[in-house]
Write a protein that binds this ligand. Structure first.
Ligand code: F0G
Length: 418
């Protein structure tokens, strides 16, 4: 076979990778299958070679497993990746170990840059001049930035009007994308963008485009490399449209199939109480997804009731003996603030995963000796309103209220109790 093909996740139909195509003729999602025996003929040698490639960007370093078909001269990068993996185990002895993989330290402050290095580079390779996405804020920021970095590409973003943070809105505008607010929620924007791209020649860069998923595999692969290929017991990750958990699973599965790793971690996907379609399906033995009207949440990036990549996510959750949990608004905000206090600024969506890990540990589903990696998906600075509002309100458990005083030394001394 050629190096990469599209394959239907349901009927196994195959398509040429050079086609612009997001779904199978049967209507199901596609995934990309690479002939890894060609791109990585000797997995052991490949694994050993990675340590000598730390000056390469992450996408290039792992490209043989991520997306070997992308020609080198088409790459559009903003030097994403190589994000920190914080070991916070000393503060949390209830775990065997606890690491936070901070994807908020990418160029546009979210993990979406990992998918856009592959998505926009592939669009560049295909010669697409117009790219589009629907977004809860982070996909649009990343797509706009990478389209801006490409030689000849215009970004168009569809956003649920009034439902994203001011910092997220500022990003696509600044990066020069045509920005359209739509009087609906994310699911409504997603439907519209699918209808539009079926009819018009505009390249779709949501994660239902499987090229994006390939780029996001780098998150799990890089984490394992940082852990010297010692596989943790759990990866815990927030779930919205369910692309990222699908990417994490696919990347780890491929490493396992290559015998780069010899153990499988378990996956835990975490949602909010008001936007929990995957959780409901999980509780019913991974029954057919029942779309929800997702309720407003501080974790606005995952306020999604009809996740597009649901079937891929289910498949990975089953393969990795996964579980799904939900957390409340209080739980997620209290954990956001407690992690922020360690000097690690996280967004409310990432905090959903942290709160989920804590809840699963408290319930004994994650056991005392188990090693856990939580994926943080965006930086706290993209959601500063949530922090300001939380700390203003003394009722909140960890509020750190700002004090305001007159410019007088005595008053300052009194305030500081000196
Ligand atoms: N965390 C953040 C910060 C996100 O922006 C998203 C998704 C997720 C988690 C969930 O990832 O959708 O792959 O399950 N944001 C998309 C967007 C929907 O449009 O930016 P997922």
């Amino acid at each position: 076979m050629t190096l990469s093909i599209f394959k239907c996740i349901s009927c196994d139909n195959e398509y040429d990778i050079q086609e612009i195509r997001y779904r199978c003729d049967c209507g199901e999602l596609l995934e990309i299958i690479h002939d890894l025996s060609q791109s990585i003929p000797n997995p052991n040698d490949w694994k050993k070679s990675l340590d000598g490639q730390m000056t390469e960007i992450a996408f290039r370093r792992y490209q043989a497993v991520i997306f070997p078909s992308l020609p080198e001269d088409k790459l559009i990068t903003l030097f994403e990746g190589d994000t920190p993996l914080y070991d916070i185990s000393p503060k949390f002895p209830q775990f065997g170990s606890l690491h936070l993989k901070h994807e908020g330290l990418n160029p546009t402050l979210s993990f979406k840059d990992r998918g856009m290095v592959s998505g926009v580079s592939w669009a560049n390779h295909l010669g697409c001049e117009n790219v589009i996405c629907a977004s809860t804020g982070d996909t649009s920021a990343a797509m706009a930035a990478y389209a801006g970095a490409a030689p000849n590409m215009k970004g168009i973003v569809l956003l649920p009007n009034g439902k994203i943070s001011p910092e997220q809105l500022a990003q696509p505008i600044s990066f020069g994308a045509l920005t359209v607010g739509i009087e609906t929620d994310f699911d409504g924007c997603m439907k519209l963008v699918q209808q539009l791209t079926e009819k018009h020649n505009i390249y779709l860069l949501n994660s239902m485009n499987s090229v994006r998923i390939e780029g996001q595999k780098a998150i799990g692969i890089e984490t394992l490399h940082q852990l010297n290929w010692e596989v943790p017991d759990w990866f815990v990750i927030p779930v919205g449209n369910a692309g990222n958990i699908s990417a994490l699973g696919k990347g780890l599965r491929e490493l396992y199939e290559l015998s780069i790793i010899d153990k499988l971690p378990r996956l835990a996907g975490i949602q909010t109480e008001g936007a929990s379609p995957l959780y409901e399906s999980y509780k019913n033995g991974f029954s057919e997804l029942v779309p929800q009207q997702a309720q407003p949440t501080k974790a606005s990036a995952i306020q999604i009731g009809d996740p597009v990549s649901y079937k891929k996510a289910i498949r990975e959750l089953k393969y990795f003996d996964g579980i799904v949990e939900i957390v409340s608004e209080t739980e997620l905000m209290d954990w956001k603030v407690q992690i922020d206090r360690l000097g690690i600024s996280i967004c409310p969506n990432s905090a959903v995963a942290v709160a989920g890990a804590m809840k699963l540990r408290d319930a004994g589903l994650i056991k005392q000796k188990e090693e856990v990696v939580v994926i943080l998906t965006a930086h706290g600075s993209k959601f500063s309103n949530t922090s300001v509002e939380y700390h203003k309100n003394s009722v909140n458990n960890f509020a750190n209220q700002t004090l305001t005083i007159e410019p007088l030394l005595e008053e300052l001394e009194r305030t500081l109790k000196l």
